[in-house]
Write a protein that binds this ligand. Structure first.
Ligand SMILES: *Cc1c(COP(=O)(O)O)cnc(C)c1O
Length: 474
């Protein structure tokens, strides 16, 4: 008999107490945070699934490496270790350390972007889109059709629609196409994987038109797990070999080390082309730091070098992907509408289906993240019209394609019982779905509004009716 229980493939050496709170306390905390979980204090949160970014627990080997961090300004041994780990993994010769992924995006996309340029991606992550648009260029998402159907079971819903890519390049002109960015796994589109076959097709199109092909490789190890288990011809390859094969298809990559390098801070830009690397490196030195530390401490670079090795360990990756699936399948069994199959780093709940009575302009995803916090102290992130909504000329909301709530799982931080608690909290919310109310935005900044926007509950007609019903029933 084989064990059903997925045990965490580590023992816990250091613990961090969780501040347990009551629903009444959380109600006050949430009001103070203007109904935006990003504005909560972490001490007010019980299970923090806001992001898997920079929230990982490091290993004893990483902490050990931290004591050996070489803090020399130039040519530190810690940098040489990080550089060689990245070269070995990616095969790209020019490596630039940065303090996190978006700094790499800024370096590259402001060099190659600008007014009149377009970028194509399976889906641009929010900071990717913001950096591109900030440069004056246009970011166009071309996810495959399957990605738009939360219930459709298909192995690689993170793929890019290659026919649409060719159409887009023909329409805008290859000379105006700054780059094609393949995000693996596709974070904003459900954390779904990208197949090697798709990466090969994208690479071939880029080659044909002479367009730069960049991998947004934040979760390339998790993506490799899916390729090994779902795509023909990869059963015998190691996760690292699969990642290496994908890197070899592209001209460079951006990586936030806060994801699959299992550290709390860091990132890098890696390129094949010397001229482009020199241009980016000049800005790196002006804005981030000298080219052998780029805003990172020596100790950070030690931890990244070690994390990039640990992340490809089969037991780790197996536990990682299966525990995410454990949460997702558990929710599905209780009737919670989730994007399936379950992705790598997060479970995405379809808030539009969970709260069908809430229209997009009342932000059902925001409503669900607030309810989860109130009921269970669980913090998560809306990925819907708050994050991606736009306004038309009359100031009317153009909603996002989907209204999702992302439950992102920090690496090696929570155990199975924490995930059981999350499932239980959803069970409680299922019972009072129709009573949930929507929200309106009372303040928003021009870019990346979801981080700092403020909200107020909308006590609309439906909610008032419900209130009257409840008063009548008292
Ligand atoms: C996190 C992330 C980024 C940005 O990285 P930061 O380290 O948060 O700046 C870019 N792309 C994707 C797909 C990401 O998940």
């Amino acid at each position: 008999m084989k064990h059903k229980t997925i045990i965490e493939p580590f023992r816990i050496k250091v613990v961090e107490p969780i501040n347990m709170t009551t629903e009444a306390q959380r109600r006050a905390f949430l009001k103070n945070a203007h109904y935006n979980p990003f504005l909560l204090h972490s001490s007010e949160v019980i299970v923090d699934l806001l992001t898997d970014s920079g929230t990982a627990a490091m290993s004893a080997a990483q902490w050990g490496g931290i004591m050996q961090g070489d803090e020399s300004y130039a040519g530190a041994s810690s940098w040489l270790k990080m550089e060689s780990a990245i070269k070995d993994l990616t095969g790209y010769p020019y490596i630039m350390p940065v303090h996190q992924g978006r700094a790499a995006e800024h370096l590259l996309y402001t060099r190659i972007g600008g007014k009149g340029k377009v970028f194509f991606s399976n889906t641009h992550f929010d900071t990717t889109r913001a950096n591109i648009e900030f440069s004056g260029a246009t970011a166009i998402d071309l996810p495959v059709e399957a990605s738009k159907h939360p219930d459709e079971i298909s192995p690689f819903k993170g793929n890019m629609d290659v026919d649409k890519l060719v159409e887009g390049i023909e329409k805008h002109g290859a000379e105006n196409t700054a780059a094609v960015i393949l995000t693996v796994t596709n974070n904003s589109s459900g954390g779904q994987p990208v197949s090697m076959g798709n990466a090969r097709e994208v690479a071939a199109v880029c080659k044909q038109y002479g367009i730069l092909f960049i991998l947004d490789a934040c979760r390339i190890a998790e993506n490799a797990w899916f390729i090994k288990h779902r795509e023909d011809g990869f059963e015998e390859k190691t996760y690292k070999q699969i990642a290496q094969e994908m890197f070899a298809l592209a001209d460079g990559c951006i990586m936030s080390a806060k994801k699959d390098a299992i550290v709390n801070m860091g990132g890098f830009l890696a390129l094949n082309d010397l001229d482009l690397a020199v241009k980016c490196r000049t800005v790196l030195i002006i804005t981030e730091g000298y080219s052998t530390y780029g805003g990172l401490s020596g100790r950070d670079m030690e931890a990244i070098a070690q994390g990039l090795k640990e992340v490809f360990e089969p037991d780790y990756l197996d536990y990682r992907i299966k525990s995410t699936a454990y949460l997702g399948e558990g929710l599905h069994r209780h009737g919670v509408p989730v994007i399936r199959p379950i992705g790598g780093h997060a479970v995405y709940v379809d808030a539009k289906a969970f709260y069908p009575h809430l229209p997009a302009h009342e932000f059902p995803g925001q409503a669900l993240s607030c309810e989860l916090y109130l009921k269970g102290g669980i913090r998560c992130c809306e990925i819907g019209s708050v994050m991606f909504g736009k306004y038309d000329a009359d100031g009317q909301l153009i909603p996002a394609e989907m209204e999702l709530v992302r439950l992102a799982i920090p690496r090696r931080v929570y155990t199975q019982s924490h995930l059981d608690y999350v499932i239980e909290t959803f069970e409680m919310l299922m019972g009072s779905r129709e009573r949930a109310h929507g929200f309106k935005i009372t303040y928003e900044p021009p870019f990346l509004r979801h981080f700092t926007a403020r909200f107020e509950p909308v006590v609309g007609e439906t909610a008032i009716n419900k209130l009257e019903e409840r008063v009548a029933a008292m």
